[in-house]
Design a protein around this ligand. Structure first.
Ligand code: DC
Length: 214
């Protein structure tokens, strides 16, 4: 038997950190599915191929190895933007979703975070969380992150970027970002990560207790 926690939400809402905390706590495998779309985008960029070359994107998607996703390389902002563009292609999604489902099925189960986990990848997940925060708060967090490593950036440019990415991820025809009907909503606008973790843990422990009673 496996246990699956699906976490969806827009870029910068804190779902990655939350997913890591939950995977550690419940001793589950962890997959940041955004990295799979980033790996496809990165492969195209490396070969100087346009992001709308769908057959090259499909080939890159087939070559994605979940065990070899290099966060350091893939976390670049430009790669995230490009990932959001290749993620609109249904054939690319289908290839990656199959790999993500196989990962979820591996015992003891997993925490997966992304945009379509509760709606498409794992519609039968034991727990679904939709983690969100206002665009302004997400932009502020990103600015603080950039400044903490000695960089500088412009708040309104970051905000415009976030709004554009939300529109693309929520507006695409195939598997748009939206909460599953049975997802628990977690708005982290006014919440530190520890509080978000405790709120998620309360939801999960409650579901586990009910399940044990059945
Ligand atoms: O979470 P992230 O910033 O690493 O994701 C990068 C892009 O990948 C995101 O803007 C849209 C796409 N993505 C997706 O379409 N479906 C997922 N499950 C995860 C990410």
């Amino acid at each position: 038997m496996t246990f699956t926690i699906a976490i969806d939400g827009p870029a910068g809402a804190g779902k990655g950190t939350l997913a890591r905390r939950l995977a550690d706590h419940y001793r589950l495998n962890l997959l940041d599915t955004g990295l799979t779309y980033r790996a496809v985008a990165h492969a195209l960029i490396q070969h100087a191929l346009p992001l709308d070359n769908v057959s090259a994107a499909e080939t890159a998607a087939r070559q994605v190895d979940l065990a070899k996703l290099d966060r350091a390389v893939l976390s670049a902002h430009a790669v995230g933007e490009a990932a959001s563009k290749v993620a609109v292609y249904p054939t690319v999604r289908r290839i990656l979703v199959e790999k993500q489902r196989d990962f979820a099925k591996t015992p003891p189960g997993a925490v997966l975070d992304g945009r379509d986990i509760g709606t498409v990848v794992c519609p039968d997940a034991d727990i679904k969380l939709y983690v969100t925060a206002s665009a302004e708060v997400r932009a502020q967090r990103r600015l603080a992150e950039i400044e903490s490593i000695g960089g500088s950036a412009n708040f309104s440019e970051i905000l415009a970027d976030i709004v554009r990415r939300d529109e693309r991820d929520m507006g695409r025809a195939d598997s748009p970002l939206k909460p599953a009907t049975d997802a628990h909503l977690l708005d982290t606008s006014e919440m530190a990560i520890e509080a978000a973790f405790l709120a998620a843990k309360a939801i999960i422990d409650d579901a586990l207790a009910k399940r044990d009673k059945v």
